[in-house]
Design a protein around this ligand. Sequence first.
Ligand code: SF4
Length: 382
Amino acid sequence: MPTVNQNSLRPTTMAPRRVKYVRRLDQVEQLSPEQRDRLGPVTARYVFRANDYYLGLIDWDDPDDPIRQLIIPREEELAEWGTLDASNEESVTVAHGVQHKYTDTVLLLCNEVCGAYCRYCFRKRLFMDDNDEVTNDVSEGLRYIADHPEVTNVLLTGGDPLLMSTRRLVEIFEALRAIPHVKIIRLGSKMPAFDPYRVLNDPDLQAAFRTYSTPTQRIYLMAHFDHPRELTDVAIQGIDACIRNGVICLNQCPMIKGINDDPHVLADMYATLSYIGCPPYYLFQGRPTAGNEPYEIPIVQGWQTFQRALTLGSGLARRARLCMSHETGKIEIMGVDDEHMYLRYHQAKHDEDLGRFLVCRRDDEAYWFDQLEVVTHAPSHV
Ligand code: SF4
């Protein structure tokens, strides 16, 4: 372990609580034997994982409870729909567990487990037995990053990097800080929602945040809260512990049917996120991923919901952009009128697309960019 600066902010710890993980539906006592039997084929295809803290947020008397929708499988997932790699991440994989799509940012897929499995996950393929896209050995990725001085941001993802041991995380932080052009380390994590005790119970992790998130080279937590009920007192303390130990926090999540596709729910969550110092960054249109049909909503409907939510909050609660993480780039949905939809490449796989403005024919049934008819394709002005 490297030396920790003892003059930094003091750790935020609380009485330790060990969260208990479950991988089988028969460990969820609130489900009836008949429900477990019906859902067996679903979990045989798309794995289930949860923990007692998160299951404890469910109102089991409400069959439509949003936390339940997020974590408990549904038979409709077996409908044929979408593909396992909807954004073709394979095409930007430059080495084992390393993705490089946007010039300044590299992704290290360094862990293949999450604190629980969101039913709508766009990377559920990583949790399947025959998948080999993730590697805990990041040495190849570190060499790639060191050889590419244009890379200023590295996102640790997977899976969830905060499920890795603190010792391993510290090794990665240290290795990245030895590469001078890497300024920002991002942690893409839903652990603040699934298990806030992961940060709160671990003074060594908090010390690592203080050491490796410096005034000129920050660690960013890209948190993933989907619903205001996930923002429990403990979750807020978890975010506070990150902030107090030098981590900048932002939130990104998809818009998911039955969970946050309501302007008041979204606005409520955005308001709280702004109050606690974890403002909204991206709201994603759900990717057409296999198994995700019950969770998706059409683009136009999502845009309307998002717009209404934005009218209900302060400026800091309206900083999110609604984007599609498409194979060709992050395509922002900027507007919709009676006839057209107005899109813009916020990020692009190919430089010539960056900033490109697109006008598409309005299609209220479309779920994804590939279903839209582009009528005007203005050149990039970047
Ligand atoms: S936290 Fe992210 S990667 Fe993990 S299951 Fe949820 S959506 Fe997938």
